[in-house]
Design a binder for this molecule. Structure first.
Ligand code: AMP
Length: 446
């Protein structure tokens, strides 16, 4: 039973986002939308829950996500016409986008599809700073028939260059791009076998989690952050030595296009990523320690998934995509802004102030205050209205907290049509004709 001393709380690993912080989230999302539209991406919104099969097949049964982290339930039939089925809160959005691509026959246009999404994802992970059970991703996918150029290394480089531009426009400092190629599905399979063999004699020296992975999903061992395993992992065979010629050439062309754009990167042969659908290019953007993320320093990750559409029963549709952890992006921006407060920023992290606060003097002035607020708001100004029961001192304090100007509405002001307006930044108090108020406030807000 909830009581006042023991009220209900948000579920572990989930959190409320409140103003003024949500204003920062909105600014980040609007910069992302602006960048996406300049690169010709359109928005896609897929359901938050899907058939469990989608993730089992797409992401892979042996991945941590599918084997341990999904929120799955048996959904009961409610009518004869319905079947009971296993549903899952989406742990990621790529599988859902590719399902939608297949379901709506987007291949029929013959065009490259460039789609972005912004929304919550769900994984039952151990919560810590930068790692939540409900978290937000800003992501995008580029896919289409081979004839649309979807397999071209130009697409990989364009996506990576766009991400570099987005992080720069957001004002993220010191990001680093790590790049690798995991080759074709066959290369990956061949390499997984070589890795399994190389791991067999040393397996018992690995941490418990990695002992299991060495059997079920040996590529995941490379991803391990367990400090005790690092020396062993460094000695394992590298995937770069097992790529076929076309994957090698593809990767060389991605790198050359990035060089031409001046986007810097390092090649990390251990970057194989946790999801089964990746082929060829994989990548991750990180920020250095001390950027607010603690050990969770990956801001975003992604890669190519040339066989995913077929795995989900669709036509051949090579593609590449990424997902930015929005929670981590915000933590980074907040941490970097306190560290580097002196540097000019493109993104304002401070809550923005309203144009005006209207203070009615006495309850009988409330109706007139609301009418004045309506006029100002309809002219595009942001306005808060106090209450006629407040003393003038309280109104001034409240106004100073949230607005740039206070407009006082007393008996004299109403009778004369001349309002008293104080600007907090300068301390100047003026009389302004009611008919000139909109113009005056608009001028002050530009
Ligand atoms: P993934 O879908 O695993 O490739 O993850 C892409 C990005 O999403 C990561 O680089 C993180 O920034 C973010 N992310 C993944 N899992 C979580 C989580 N549990 N909490 C917060 N962010 C996450």
């Amino acid at each position: 039973m909830p009581t006042p001393s023991n009220p209900l709380k948000a579920v572990r690993g989930t959190r409320d986002l409140l103003p003024p912080e949500t204003a920062l989230w909105n600014r980040v999302e609007s910069i992302a939308r602006s960048v996406f539209s300049r690169y010709s991406f359109g928005e896609v919104r897929t359901p938050i829950f899907e058939d469990t099969q989608l993730f089992a097949r797409g992401v892979g049964e042996e991945t941590d996500i599918v084997s341990k982290e999904m929120y799955t339930w048996e959904d009961r039939a409610r009518a004869q016409s319905e079947k009971a089925q296993s549903l899952t809160l989406r742990p990621e959005n790529t599988a859902g986008v590719v399902r939608a691509y297949i379901e709506h026959n987007l291949a029929d246009s013959g065009q490259l599809q460039k789609l972005f999404y912004i929304g919550p994802q769900f994984r039952r992970e151990r919560p810590q700073r930068g790692r939540y059970r409900q978290f937000w991703q800003i992501g995008a996918e580029v896919l289409g028939p081979v004839s649309s150029g979807s397999e071209s290394p130009l697409r990989d480089a364009e996506v990576l260059e766009m991400l570099a531009t987005l992080l720069d426009e957001l004002g993220v400092k010191n990001w680093q791009l790590a790049l690798n190629s995991v080759g074709s599905a066959e290369d990956r399979k061949r390499y997984a076998e070589i890795l399994r063999q190389a791991l067999a004699p040393i397996k018992h020296q690995l941490s418990v989690d990695n002992q299991r992975r060495a059997e079920t999903n040996p590529l995941r061992v490379l991803d391990s952050k367990d400090p005790a395993d690092q020396a062993l992992i460094d000695g394992l065979p590298k995937i770069a030595d097992f790529l076929d010629d076309s994957s090698r050439e593809h990767f060389a062309q991605v790198s050359a296009a990035l060089d031409a754009c001046g986007v810097t990167y390092t090649i990390n042969p251990r970057l194989v990523r946790g999801l089964d659908y990746y082929t060829r290019t994989t990548f991750e953007f990180t920020v250095p320690d001390g950027s607010g993320l603690g050990t969770q320093n990956a801001l975003l990750g992604g890669g190519r998934y040339d066989g995913l559409s077929e795995m989900l029963g669709g036509p051949r549709a090579p593609g590449i995509g990424f997902a930015i952890g929005e929670d981590r992006l915000i933590l980074t921006l907040q941490a970097q802004s306190t560290e580097q407060a002196h540097e000019p920023r493109t993104l304002n992290l401070e809550p923005t102030k309203l144009d005006a606060y209207i203070a009615p003097l006495g309850p009988e002035r409330n109706a007139a205050a609301l009418a004045l607020a309506r006029e100002l708001r309809r002219a595009g100004l942001s306005v808060e209205v106090g209450d006629g029961t407040f003393r003038l001192k309280k109104s001034f304090e409240a106004a100073d907290r949230v607005a740039r100007h206070i407009v006082i509405l007393g008996e004299d002001e109403l009778a004369s049509g001349i309002l008293t307006v104080k600007t907090f930044a300068t301390g100047v108090q003026k009389k302004i004709e009611r008919s000139a108020l909109v113009d005056e406030l608009q001028r002050a807000s530009t």
